[in-house]
Write a protein that binds this ligand. Structure first.
Ligand code: GDP
Ligand code: IMO
Ligand code: MG
Length: 425
């Protein structure tokens, strides 16, 4: 048995797509378990760049089962576009499977997300994620199976569109939806993806019992988790490792390892506290060298030094067994590099990640400073070949977190990955 959950250890965009693609070579099944098209996972293969939003990053390898689990909220229009886009580029999508239990993001969810983010400013991706998960929890959402097989779907849908129109037109004074037009559109989209729809929990369980290697590809990151993140500046799902069980339909005993993907610095998109944020020239260096512009929305990402308080928190919340440290090459030019090891809050030292965003907002980072390596490391292929100061940076981080680094990324491409330990042992 060999199954690995891969999670973002920070605020998302840690390079999960690249690491998933790298590990997918050895995996048999790759599963997305939560989130939706708010995710933007970039994979570079040779000179081609792929941006994946809903489809697991394992799709670029032929003959791997790529699964969209029940915990994902599926925007069918976007999914169809993504499938077509991949097919056009010669990628075979016949091994894609979508959970019949996955909830659907409706056009009215996107509209409500867009309207509500104007006043309740979270800085969402406007992909309808919050409203879709809210409806799922309120039990007024629609799953793929409802659209395809429930004979009461049309009636339920009509009633729901009426309720949503009331909110959109009466309260928000915007244009509503024609339920007949929307119904036809949704039905056609569901039919277009029907050939991929399956009871995916069965597929995953069978694969695990057959000894296949299963990789659960997280989206977003630990600090965007609805329970454990910087609430309310979070997404509406559970990107943390625990979310993999509920979102894929497996038990915790089926998970062997949890790999946390962390950037060698920190970024975040959208609103919310960020103690190590660099607003001046150093932030610009990270943003430009790291090409920190959103894959989904194109927004510039906020950048700052590595925060070990956050990463220790990610170790605890996810039960991390391994770290994949990405974008080490982005740190190449700094004469010295800072790592935040604690916060100061009203003169008091804090070592655990605070429960409240308001406290975090007023936390000052306490740094250690270590020498940089000031050398291009992007073509180094083994740990021994790294400059001494780069090794020391990695070792310092391992010491602070108590977890080993198993993979180091020194560039966006597949071969720019240093393996210290085999994840699928
Ligand atoms: P994800 O959402 O976690 O999959 O991350 P994104 O794809 O949104 O953002 C990560 C970006 O960094 C992408 O453009 C990747 O191609 C790129 N990337 C990943 N690993 C590395 C690395 O080690 N070095 C550099 N320079 N870029 C990387
Ligand atoms: P990947 O998988 C970075 C952020 C948004 C916003 C908050 C809520 O590429 O790492 P939402 O649309 O989910 O309701 O927005 O969460 N966010 C992400 N930030 N990477 C992501 O995904 C994100 N998905 C959502 O910017 O602050
Ligand atoms: Mg991303």
């Amino acid at each position: 048995m060999s199954s690995v959950v891969l999670v973002g250890a920070q605020w998302g965009d840690e390079g999960k797509g690249k690491i998933t693609d790298f590990l997918a070579k050895k995996a048999d099944v790759i599963v997305r378990y939560q989130g939706g098209s708010n995710a933007g996972h970039t994979v570079e293969v040779d000179n081609e760049k792929f941006m994946l939003h809903l489809i697991p990053s394992g799709i670029l390898y032929p003959n791997k089962l790529s699964i969209i689990g029940n915990g994902v909220v599926v925007d069918m229009e976007k999914l169809i576009q993504e499938i077509k886009g991949l097919e056009k580029r010669g990628i075979d999508t016949s091994m894609l499977r979508i959970s019949s239990r996955a909830s659907v993001v409706m056009p009215y969810h996107k509209k409500i997300d867009e309207i509500e983010d104007r006043t309740n400013k979270i800085g969402t991706t406007k992909k309808g994620i919050g409203p879709a998960y809210s409806d799922k929890i309120k039990r007024v959402g629609f799953r793929i199976t409802d659209i395809l097989y429930d004979k009461n779907f049309k009636e339920r849908f009509k009633a729901e569109v009426r309720r949503k129109n009331h909110l959109i037109t009466e309260f928000y004074q915007e244009k509503g939806f024609d339920h007949e037009v929307l119904y036809e559109q949704i039905l056609q989209q569901a039919k277009a993806i029907q050939k991929y729809v399956a009871d995916t929990s069965v597929l995953i369980y069978t694969a695990i019992n057959n000894g296949d290697k299963v990789l659960f590809e997280g989206a977003q990151g630990t600090l965007l988790d609805i329970d454990h993140g910087t609430y309310p500046f979070v997404t509406s799902s559970s990107p943390t490792a625990g979310g993999a069980c509920a979102g894929a339909g497996i038990g915790p005993t089926n998970i062997d390892r949890v790999l946390g993907v962390a950037k060698a610095y920190t970024t975040r998109v959208g609103e919310g506290p960020f103690p190590t944020e660099l607003l001046g020239e150093q932030g610009d260096i990270l943003r430009n060298k790291g090409a920190e512009f959103g894959t989904t929305t194109g927004r510039p990402r906020r950048c700052g030094w590595l925060d070990a308080v956050i990463l220790r928190y990610a170790v605890r919340i996810n039960g991390l067994t391994d770290i994949a440290l990405t974008k080490m090459d982005v740190m190449d030019s700094f004469p010295t590099i800072k790592i935040c090891i604690a916060y100061k809050y009203h003169g008091e030292m804090i070592y655990e990640f605070p429960e409240s965003s308001d406290i975090l907002e007023h936390c000052e980072p306490v740094y250690i400073e270590i020498p940089g390596w000031q050398q291009d490391i992007s073509s180094i292929t083994n740990f021994e070949g790294l400059p001494e100061n780069a090794k020391k940076y990695i070792e310092k981080l391992e010491e602070l977190l108590g977890v080993k680094s198993s993979l180091i990324a020194v560039g966006p491409k597949r071969d720019q990955t240093i393996v210290l330990e085999n994840i699928f042992a």
